[in-house]
Design a protein around this ligand. Structure first.
Ligand SMILES: *Cc1c(COP(=O)(O)O)cnc(C)c1O
Length: 470
């Protein structure tokens, strides 16, 4: 538990050594916020290679050839591209800008996949001209790409995005059923004008069993494609590789028990008794499982060893028998340990009914994903001696948007030694989604700066210099 600031009950983040070193250096933290503004997103990608290697080691145990692609939408920095390349990873891109930046940065086009949910003509053209694999989502998109390729005299290289027909999996808006893809390919006037390089899918959630089912289905689709003259070489299983932010499973369980016991009307644990979507004493489905097992390599191994069709071999054996490469696209879990956000305390006051509040130079879109809350205790770093002495309180963190519900986090925090303007609050392990996925520049407040540890110094990430095109 962090001594200067913690939730009640606490949820104590696991920290990388670089985070511990930085947070212990009060002066350096203060200088970073002076230099880059508040909040600042700090990146040290030293953990990325280790995260990728854990997956490769797991695959190698099952004799599976694995390529890891970083899902760029999880973090927009240019530093993340460089770190992925250094760690021998490819890039999964979801927009024209994401693709353009990777190509300009010198990423091998053969190590990029375009998985954007909706693809502009400009995006398709850039991919086509660079022979980047496009994950096809639907037949209109396929027609757009084929038409463009025909006019340019180029052969598109695609992965078919597979929507599972397995009743054990939830319906999905992404991709098409195997039969629809086969019918489409069968109807092509020039079947040789399209190269199907592989199969792609990405499932919501973290179910290993679900992945095993759709992998088996993908293998069957590969066999059918081989039968009609295609030679797909990979199956890309998308992202959603689970991770834990908390080391202590007990803290996680205890938190949800305590929250279920919070009386309606009480704000001892959360703002306005917010249940964060929980309907009982267990974790809510509306937040990330900040503690879970298995994760990473162990999780991948359960998939590779699974035998969803009793008559067939394991998933690993089915892939190996066809010489298929396995690909994955982790975003969050590959960025585990790579980021931290620092914000400055602006004021300490009381709500009109006396509930203590600490205001930050930050807004709530700057540490948030699409889920109900970010459930890790921030870390308080005391600045210089304040104008008035700090006194202990239990309160909420509020932000810069002019909205009553502008909470940075929905949980209430203990400040056993108080807090004061000029102190800093660090949000740990934020590189995967928490910094960028929903950040906004409302009120014309600028987006947060992104800084990068280059091995010697903190330097501005080059994403700040990129003009955003429509
Ligand atoms: C978002 C996304 C990912 C990354 O998912 P994580 O949960 O961050 O691992 C990978 N592939 C596709 C197609 C995605 O949309």
């Amino acid at each position: 538990m962090n001594p200067l600031m913690h939730g009640n009950p606490p949820l104590t983040a696991r920290l990388e050594p670089w985070m511990e070193r930085l947070l212990a250096d009060t002066v350096a933290c203060g200088e970073l916020v002076e230099r880059f503004g508040s909040p600042v997103n700090l990146h040290d990608f030293s953990a990325l290679g280790r995260n990728a290697q854990e997956l490769r080691t797991a695959a190698a145990k099952h004799s599976v050839a694995l390529q890891v692609y970083l899902a760029r939408k999880a973090n927009k920095t240019i530093g993340a591209i460089d770190a992925a390349v250094r760690a021998d990873c490819g890039l999964d891109v979801a927009s024209l800008n994401e693709l353009d930046q990777c190509l300009r940065r010198g990423v091998d086009p053969g190590r990029i996949i375009v998985t954007a949910a909706v693809k502009s003509a400009a995006l398709l053209r850039l991919a086509l001209e660079n022979q980047v694999v496009v994950s096809l989502d639907n037949l209109d998109e396929a027609a757009d790409l084929l038409e463009m390729a025909g006019a340019a005299g180029l052969k598109p290289c695609v992965a078919l995005r597979l929507a599972s027909g397995n009743p054990g999996l939830p319906p999905t808006r992404f991709g098409l059923r195997a039969a629809a893809w086969l019918e489409f390919l069968g109807g092509l006037a020039e079947p040789a004008g399209l190269e199907v390089a592989g199969i792609h899918f990405h499932l919501n959630g973290y179910s290993a069993q679900g992945r095993a089912l759709i992998l088996a289905e993908s293998v069957r689709l590969v066999d059918a494609l081989t039968g009609i003259g295609q030679s797909p070489g990979f199956i890309d299983m998308g992202g959603g590789i689970p991770m834990s932010y908390l080391d202590d499973a007990g803290q996680w369980e205890h938190f949800w028990e305590a929250l279920a016991g919070q009386p309606v009307g009480s704000e001892e644990i959360t703002w306005k008794s917010d249940s964060l979507g929980a309907t009982g004493p267990g974790p809510s489905k509306d937040v990330y499982p900040y503690h879970q097992r298995p994760v990473g390599g162990q999780w991948l191994e359960t998939i590779l060893g699974a035998r969803p069709d009793k008559a067939q071999g394991s998933i690993a054996e089915q892939l190996a028998a066809r010489n298929l490469q396995l690909r994955c696209e982790p975003g969050r879990s590959l960025l585990d340990g790579c980021g931290l956000s620092l914000a400055k305390v602006a004021f300490v006051k009381e709500r009109s009914d006396g509930v203590p509040l600490a205001g930050l130079h930050m807004n709530r879109t700057q540490c948030r994903s699409t889920s109900a809350d970010f459930l890790l205790d921030p870390i308080l770093i005391q600045g210089a001696e304040p104008r008035t002495p700090r006194t202990p309180f239990r309160g909420f963190l509020v932000g810069a948007y002019c909205i009553e519900e502008e909470l940075i986090l929905r949980r209430r925090f203990d400040f056993p030694y108080g807090a004061a303007p000029g102190d800093l609050v660090a949000f740990p392990n934020t590189a995967g989604y928490l910094m960028h996925i929903v950040e906004s520049a409302s009120h014309q407040l600028p987006l947060a700066a992104n800084a990068l540890w280059d091995g010697r110094n903190w330097v501005p990430d080059e994403i700040g210099e990129h003009e955003l095109r429509p």
